[in-house]
Design a protein around this ligand. Structure first.
Ligand SMILES: Cc1cc2nc3c(=O)[nH]c(=O)nc-3n(C[C@H](O)[C@H](O)[C@H](O)COP(=O)(O)OP(=O)(O)OC[C@H]3O[C@@H](n4cnc5c(N)ncnc54)[C@H](O)[C@@H]3O)c2cc1C
Length: 417
């Protein structure tokens, strides 16, 4: 048999209304809405199961949206985020999942999780609904090439060919490769005429130069973290910080890690930690406390204020003698303590690797996308969704909300056409 005959045999003769590449958050939602409206939909997933990032999200609990979601929570093309939120606000998102049969619970800071406490509740609800609506899902089918003449032709890694009137790229970003993250979406988008803003790890911990940080490993504190290059403060974030063996993690750092990554491209970055964010005037606070506890040593002075290990490290950094009573501290010591409490500096060396980054900044340039329906301006009939776009959100359910929203908006436009 000739090679030509083999390839022909692998051609799927069906002309689908829509071919969707990637059965993640945005792809499944788009597939479901289109299939429900009677479109003939085929959904390709390179992994053995759908929605692997949904499954690992929120520590396996899936923080699927946020009651306070707003365009200000996003970086990159914030106007595009605003357009998606206008068409798919929080209430619409919640109603969508309730109608899908997912019971939810709202926790602190507006974060919404499935009531079952497991992300499978979300991924499985979407998978089942897609199948019930008649969408075809092909697992372990990686799309490696897409070409467009009158219709789109999609070629899988195994050489199968599929034809569709419209094509949706919902491949996600290259973050967290162990759950499906890949460069494939950027490459496919580029092959169809798009430009890519270079992706960088985000929602990602940082490595710091100061080895002593390892002494604080595992401690969680509420801080305000301010990242700076040189003397100018660039970005701040308040919330929980987690000290690790290599550096800093936790929402307060993760939420500014995208900007830190960009700053690192231009030179060294310092992050200053305010360990007592509710106390604006640290000097007055220290003076007042000194009146009450002047005979105590440093450890006793900080008892009730700081975690014991943090206090010990601060005492070492400030060069305070262990048994020296507070009343003997020099002016210099007070100034150092005040600085360390309010602006403790750490030097960021690098971001943690892609396999630890929850999302990526960068992606398909949004100027090349129609903000109303997510159709490509470079290739008619092509739609680009979710994290593949140059939009990224802070932690707390914003990235999944954006992904669902993209699927919803694109499907609505396609169905109404
Ligand atoms: C550890 C972790 C925790 C997270 N926690 C949260 C959270 O709690 N809340 C939140 O809002 N966000 C969270 N996120 C982010 C969120 O999961 C993503 O932003 C979201 O899944 C992006 O949706 P998407 O549809 O763009 O891409 P994805 O959900 O990543 O889906 C893309 C799919 O496309 C497939 N694919 C790619 N290329 C091809 C190809 N060529 N052929 C076939 N298939 C392909 C991939 O295998 C993947 O299944 C987390 C991410 C990680 C990694």
């Amino acid at each position: 048999m000739s090679e030509f005959a083999i390839v022909n045999e692998m051609e799927n003769k069906t002309l689908y209304d829509m071919a969707i590449v990637g059965a993640g958050a945005s792809g499944m939602l788009c597939a479901l809405q289109c299939a429900r409206a009677g479109k003939r939909v085929i959904l390709f997933e390179k992994e053995m199961q759908v929605g692997r990032k949904i499954l690992v999200s929120g520590n396996g609990r899936c923080n699927l949206t946020n009651a306070f979601v707003s365009a200000a929570d996003y970086h990159g093309a914030t106007d595009l985020a605003a357009s998606i939120l206008k068409q798919f606000p929080f209430d619409t998102c919640l109603q969508f999942f309730h109608e899908l049969g997912v019971l939810t619970v709202q926790e602190n800071a507006g974060r919404v999780f499935p009531l079952s406490g497991k992300s499978t509740a979300v991924a499985e609800a979407l998978r089942l609904a897609c199948i019930e609506a008649g969408a075809e899902i092909l697992l372990q089918t990686e799309i490696v090439k897409i070409s467009k003449q009158k219709e789109f032709t999609l070629t899988s890694a195994k050489g199968e060919k599929f034809s569709a009137k419209k094509c949706v790229l919902a491949c996600g970003s290259c973050a967290y490769p162990q759950a499906g993250g890949t460069q494939a979406g950027y490459k496919l988008a580029q092959s169809l005429g798009h430009n890519i803003n270079t992706p960088q790890p985000a929602l990602c911990a940082v490595n710091v130069k100061e080895k002593a940080v390892a002494r604080l490993q595992g401690i969680r504190v509420q801080v305000k973290a301010t990242a700076a290059r040189g003397t100018s403060a660039e970005i701040s974030s308040s919330g929980e910080l987690l000290f690790t063996s290599y550096g800093l993690s936790g929402p307060a750092i993760l939420n500014i890690s995208g900007t830190i990554g960009q700053l690192l491209n231009k030179g060294p970055v310092t992050v200053e930690l305010d360990l007592l964010p509710p106390i604006a005037d640290k000097k007055a606070f220290l003076k007042e406390r000194a009146k009450h506890f002047k005979t105590r040593n440093a450890k006793g002075f900080f008892a009730g204020v700081l975690h014991e290990n943090i206090a010990n490290l601060l005492i070492d950094f400030a060069g305070i003698r262990k048994n020296q009573p507070v009343l003997e501290w020099s002016e210099n010591t007070w100034q150092t303590v005040e600085k360390l409490l309010g602006r403790w500096p750490f030097t960021i060396v690098s971001l943690r690797p892609w396999k630890e980054a929850m999302i990526a900044t960068g992606g398909v340039k949004c100027a090349e996308i129609n903000y109303n329906n997510l159709e490509s301006r470079c290739c008619q009939g092509l739609y680009v969704l979710g994290e593949l776009l140059d939009v990224d959100g802070r932690s707390g359910g914003l990235n999944l909300h954006f992904a669902w929203g993209c699927g919803y908006v694109a499907a609505k436009a396609i169905v109404e056409e």
